[in-house]
Ligand binder design. Structure first.
Ligand code: DUC
Ligand code: ZN
Ligand code: ZN
Length: 473
């Protein structure tokens, strides 16, 4: 008897890409898509998608996993639990951050981060860099060398005492991005304004979690966004503004686009589905669970973000998963204490819920086409960070990273999730869809009920030049 033509055939798929929908069988061989067609020959294994929607696996281009923190704080998710949660939520590629500590070489940060990932990841991963100490050695040697080795994107911060760069330093690193064709991601909030407001709030005894949002109004994001745009214009290099929260930053980005500048933007689920009220309407400490930066805004700003997702203002929709437990001593209550808002670790979990939230409320809620959904959650992040077309699409030769969607209503509970965090900000929300199957390089890692990953099966991906950028002459 002849050997089967394929390792796996996914039959009767209703495939949706960033541009098209089509019905076909998907033949998978050696972890890649080998054929798309009607009535394909047999596979060693066959799965019937039964006409359900099939999208490319998600690419979560902004998540934090096992990133070193100052004791006693520690991230809840490492590469094991974080990529397990990703797979169960339909994400098959993650790009977390190898973060340089001040005084540390960038190379050492990357080496350390590989150790943290090795043998643990269930899905494929690449690294962004975080540059917090742009010494001459970093600017002249380490960063260019690392970009050449496949770390083609880095994040810079305009806030957080241990990470922030001044404007001169931002210009220096943007110049390296320009020279070597890297993508610079910018966390845009004005650090001095935040510190000034925080001190005023503290002097008035306003230290409950909800005051985190008062210390970081949209103005501080607007100012830093404008400044980042101006700095990138001076250097003549594209930038990507991450986790844009609302109208004021959006207006700055629209202005930049109108000038013809290559300013890209990312937003996240928390700016569609949470508001500042989730940080508390009274002084309850429970609001610490939703403390993230920039903070969620209000319902009218959620509408601005929806509009920006649909009209092309946003290129990428990421989770900014930054996982800290609420209970215990390592997370939102450092050392077991209910601390003033300035000491609450910033970040919320979202790596598993990113796609189901947007599919439910966006696609099935009639707010977004399925093609826009795929573009924002998979295709564009793969392009922005040099992983396309291996990742981010359904095409012959692409990795067989696929999600089959189950459309059914259910109430989301944290106990259904696979991260190591003890809460979800979206507890009790009614969702209308969840991945019924996730394939990573042709292997079933999630079947809608059971996780089938294997720590260490996820591979490191060296990134190419971001293909969203204009080609350099
Ligand atoms: N803000 C960040 O900039 N990173 C992690 C989480 C957060 O809230
Ligand atoms: Zn950030
Ligand atoms: Zn982040």
């Amino acid at each position: 008897m002849n050997a089967p033509a394929f390792d796996l055939v996914l039959r009767n798929a209703r495939v949706a890409t960033a541009s098209d929908s089509f019905d076909c069988d998907i033949g998978i061989r050696g972890g890649r898509i080998a054929a798309l067609g009607d009535a394909l020959a047999g596979g060693a294994r066959e799965i019937d998608a039964a006409g359900r929607t099939v999208t490319p696996g998600g690419v979560d281009a902004h998540c934090h996993l096992d990133q070193p923190m100052a004791a006693p704080v520690r991230m809840a998710d490492d590469f094991d639990s974080g990529t397990r949660a990703a797979a169960c939520g339909g994400t098959t590629t993650v790009i977390p951050f190898a973060a340089q500590e001040r005084g540390q070489s960038l190379r050492a940060a990357v080496t350390d981060y590989h150790h943290r990932a090795e043998g643990r990841a269930h899905v494929d991963y690449a690294f962004h860099l975080i540059v917090s100490d742009p010494t001459p050695q970093v600017l002249g040697e380490e960063l260019p060398a690392l970009i050449g080795e496949g770390y083609t994107s880095f994040k810079i911060y305009m806030t957080y005492d241990d990470l922030k760069l001044d404007d001169g330093q931002v210009l220096d690193v943007l110049e390296v991005a320009r020279r070597h064709g890297a993508m610079a991601m910018v966390h845009a909030e004005n650090a001095d304004c935040i510190e000034w407001l925080t001190k005023k709030l503290e002097a008035a005894g306003r230290t409950a979690p909800r005051f985190h949002a008062h210390a970081r109004p949209m103005l501080v994001e607007r100012e830093a966004t404008h400044r980042a745009i101006a700095l990138s214009q001076l250097v003549d290099v594209p930038i990507l503004i991450v986790h844009v929260s609302g109208r004021e930053a959006v207006e700055q980005i629209r202005w930049a686009r109108a000038q013809g500048l290559n300013v890209f933007a990312e937003t996240c689920p928390q700016y569609l589905f949470l508001t500042a009220a989730d940080l508390g309407i009274d002084d309850s400490y429970l609001g610490a669970r939703c403390v993230c930066s920039p903070p969620p805004r209000d319902a009218s700003n959620q509408e601005v973000i929806w509009a920006g997702l649909n009209d092309g203002l946003f290129t990428v929709f990421s989770s900014d998963h930054a996982p800290f437990r609420y209970e215990g001593t390592e997370g939102k209550q450092p050392g077991g204490e209910q601390v003033a808002f300035r000491h609450i670790p910033n970040g919320i979990p979202g790596i598993e819920t990113r796609l189901p939230l947007l599919y439910s409320e966006g696609v099935l809620g009639g707010r977004m086409t399925i093609h826009k959904f795929v573009e924002l959650t998979s295709t564009n992040p793969a392009k922005a960070y040099g992983l396309h077309p291996r990742k981010g699409t359904v095409a012959i030769g692409a990795d067989a990273d696929l999600v089959v969607w189950d459309e059914r209503e259910f109430v989301l509970r944290n106990e259904q999730l696979h991260h190591a965090v003890d809460y979800t900000p979206y507890e009790g929300m009614t969702l209308r869809a969840w991945p019924g199957l996730t394939l990573s390089r042709g292997e079933v890692v999630w079947d809608g009920a059971t996780f089938h990953g294997r720590a260490g099966r996820g591979r490191f991906l060296a990134c190419g030049e971001p293909s969203l950028l204009p080609r350099r002459g």
